[in-house]
Design a protein around this ligand. Sequence first.
Ligand code: IOT
Ligand code: MG
Length: 516
Amino acid sequence: MVTTLPAATGFLAVASPDSGVALRPAFAAQGSRTVVRESNGRQHLYAVLLHAGAVPDGSVARRGGTAVLLAGELYNQPDLCSLLPDGAAADSDVHLVLALLDRYGVSAFRLLNGRFAVVAMLGNRVLLATDHAGSVPLYVTARPGQVAAATEAKSLAGTAGVGVPPGARSLAALPGARSLAALPGVCQLRAGMVLEIDVAKGATDVHRTWRPPLERRILPEGEATDLVRDTLRHAVRARTGTDTPLVVISGGIDSSSVAALTVEAAGGATIDTLAMGSEHDNEFPEARTVAEHLATRHSEIIVPTADLLAQLPYAVWAAETTNVDIIEYLLPLTALYLRVGDTPRRILTGYGADIPLGGMHREGRLPALEQAVSHDMATFDGLNEMTPVLSAVGGHWSTHPFWDREVLAVLTSLEAGLKHRYGRDKWVLRTAMADLLPATTVNRPKLGVHEGSGTTAAFSALLVSAGVPPSQLREAKYLVLQALFRRVVANGEHPDAVDFAKTVDEVAGMQRRSVG
Ligand code: IOT
Ligand code: MG
């Protein structure tokens, strides 16, 4: 089957001097699985690759003592190819990474603009790498003689995968990686990081490949809006693939901008758009305005509130986080992705625009806006809000143009007065897109997906009806997510095996007792 999805979307990989390591992968992401075995005389690399198409040719590359596995994709291939001798055109992203590793060593990862996780075996070392945003989460367990890495933590947890066996000594420290309190022995790589491990000795080296810009640029209005539109246009173009793209739209400025530029990139072909809502709350009229203006093939999906909440175990299973705010953003999207259909789709979203633009921050004073942007850019890492697993639970690949490396750098670094101007939030984006969208869309105030879909309100109402005192709501939500995480990530259970109503009742009971 020809697909426009990346060659591989996830993996579990183990490097060891020993042969015959058993792999027991656990993935929330759907797809075919292929076992890969590589050896360079000093060590073996065993992996299970997750992919949508037939044979994942473009996800493994080898030469000499080096083998590279890549889950995800690159967005600056033409630039990268120009760096290779004779302007060699690499046949796939993973071959490009191999060639660049050859030429630049570990610094090759500083060149990549993409959405990926990489594991590479070089001589007696292993390299693990994330993209600038850590947008494809990458987890690792290591002990002398064995390094295991996976794009989902559940593959390394407890008995499910190849986690540190009881009694085995794990590496004292994986510097630069974040340990997960809920999963002892498992660490998550940071955004924009390469972790280099000498497998036999257990020695590690950390390389950082990206940092959010701290400096701010001063630009005339016209230059700023041109720069934003051109950079975003480029990012969308790099993400549209060869089949009809699908853009999930709320009718807000972020997703509408992506939809408008996707229509442009499709060059006359009709694209698909999709909006979701519950029976109580939706943004259907606003989304329809955009769809009609752009002449997209538009659909609406209604997810009843009870069904939406019942999918919380799926959201935690996919995103592997217990952060309440993040799960409330991601739950409606999870529900949406599960209903997109059986054919694997490439999905573009407007997710993440509010982080560098301060869009969630509804107040115009520049010091506060700047503080919000700086704070959010310093704290996004590890929240997993961009994870491709969210859409992969429905068999799809999602990508977020606003978190393209170049778009993110531009948006973050613009001085705050361009983000809030003439009393308008996200002024620079709204103005940049004014010619491509209806005026009502350009001027529409921000409504978060958790609000527009009624998710936050419904989750609160459910807990209150179970007897949680309103003052304890936040804590109760967190406890529910923690209980779900234990089941579907730490214990590797399928979300359908979790009795969600019972979980809510147990947490509510605990809360009543602790208050009463
Ligand atoms: P929001 O910006 O409302 O939605 C994110 C994306 O989800 C949209 O751009 C759109 O592609 C899709 N989407 C939203 N609602 C719908 C809908 N009804 N139907 C179909 N698709 C929809 C939270 C938020 O408000 O989402 N995300 C923020 C902030 C993240 C904060 N994280 C952090 N501080 N680390 C964002 O920047 O996107
Ligand atoms: Mg938005």
